[in-house]
Design a protein around this ligand. Structure first.
Ligand SMILES: [Zn+2]
Ligand SMILES: [Zn+2]
Length: 352
């Protein structure tokens, strides 16, 4: 039997934590549900899910639709696209049966690469390997969630027509996008072997998904969201605190100046797999704590202060002032409220 291998290469870096990741998980479920009702898909489609952040992990090996169970998605720090592509190419070498003169191999695989960030590792070698050995024999569709992904890297992997941007990631738009992915798989499963139809993707809803236009300058990459990884003192579990940069005009007597501040936008519980999925290198980017506005409570235990700073440089949740034990370094110390005008403390940002 000749299989149609479908790979989902999913970015699970911090910036995807929360809504985006829930939508992606539900979306994978919806893809499978529809394919299970399609006799062509049931007969030919095999699916694999590979997640990447700082590290890469295959969450599901190539599995036929009938017995495929959508995996839950981890979160990690970093966006190692180079590592992810290398992993994918090794996996294709291992699992996809190539045709030989006396054996018919699998149909041409499709890869859906879904990302919302720019690579934090070196991608040049992997891109080169992809272009010389895989680009001709594997279809790749790259989808940027929002406008933060590095489209110049994505456009090196595949034709501009296969680089898509999901303009606004709302529930409704994402559901339509998932429908489009499902239709793409269904269409291919019907036309396998028919080279004239094989490369055609279904029509896009242009108000939601746009194709890369090489005549226009590429969007500047927005990498300025600040993420902090904090730990719950009670459960020892990590959570991510996300701040968005804003510029505020400060009036000071005769003069006024722009001041950069970071405003709290969300706080998301994650599992300990966060550390396994994160890049090996320590985080280096820092933000002055005086620039941060808004502080979260703990999403694991509900402690009101989710952002107490220990001498070890890490943050964790506390119930209030008093004796507290840091879940990172195990030191016990007295905690008090920070005073107005305290010198700021540099916080280490996660890699995004
Ligand atoms: Zn807690
Ligand atoms: Zn500590």
């Amino acid at each position: 039997m000749r299989r149609l291998p479908i790979y989902f290469l999913l970015d699970v870096s911090e910036s995807m934590a929360g809504e985006a990741l829930y939508r992606l998980e539900d979306g994978m479920g919806a893809v499978i549900k529809t394919l299970r009702t399609d006799p062509h898909a049931l007969e030919t489609v095999w699916i694999s899910v590979i997640a990447f952040a700082g590290q890469v992990r295959q969450l599901a090996p190539l599995t036929e639709v009938a017995s495929f169970v959508p995996p839950s998605l981890p979160v990690g720090g970093g966006t190692s696209l180079g590592k992810a592509l290398s992993f994918l190419m090794d996996e294709i070498d291992r699992s996809v049966v190539r045709s030989t003169p006396d054996r018919k191999g699998d149909w041409k695989p499709i890869v859906f690469l879904i990302t919302d960030g720019k690579p934090t590792d070196d991608v040049a070698k992997a891109v080169e390997r992809w272009r010389t050995r895989y680009a001709g024999s594997v279809s790749l569709v790259a989808i940027s969630i929002g406008h933060s992904a590095d489209l110049s890297v994505l456009s090196q992997l595949t034709d501009a027509g296969n680089v898509l941007t999901l303009e606004e990631n709302t529930d409704a738009n994402f559901a339509k996008f998932i429908q489009w992915v499902t239709q793409s798989v269904q269409a291919r499963s019907r036309s396998v072997g028919d080279i004239s139809k094989e490369e055609k993707l279904p029509e896009l809803d242009k108000s939601i998904l746009t194709r890369l236009n090489l005549d226009k300058p590429l969007d500047r990459v927005d990498d300025s969201n600040a993420f902090f990884v904090s730990k719950c003192q009670k459960t020892q579990l990590p959570y991510l605190v996300r701040f968005e940069p804003r510029t505020a005009r400060i009036n000071a007597g005769q003069t006024s100046f722009d001041s950069l501040m970071y405003v709290l936008v969300g706080c998301y519980p994650v599992k300990n797999s966060y550390f396994e999925m994160s890049a090996d290198q320590p985080n280096v980017a820092t933000v002055d704590s005086n620039q941060l506005h808004g502080f979260p409570s703990c999403p694991h235990c509900g402690n009101p202060v989710g952002f107490a700073m220990c001498d070890c440089g890490n943050t964790f949740c506390i119930s209030g002032p008093g004796e507290q034990t840091c879940p990172w370094c195990r030191q016990t110390a007295q905690f008090s409220r920070g005073k107005e005008g305290d010198p700021g403390v540099d916080l280490t940002r996660a890699r995004g």
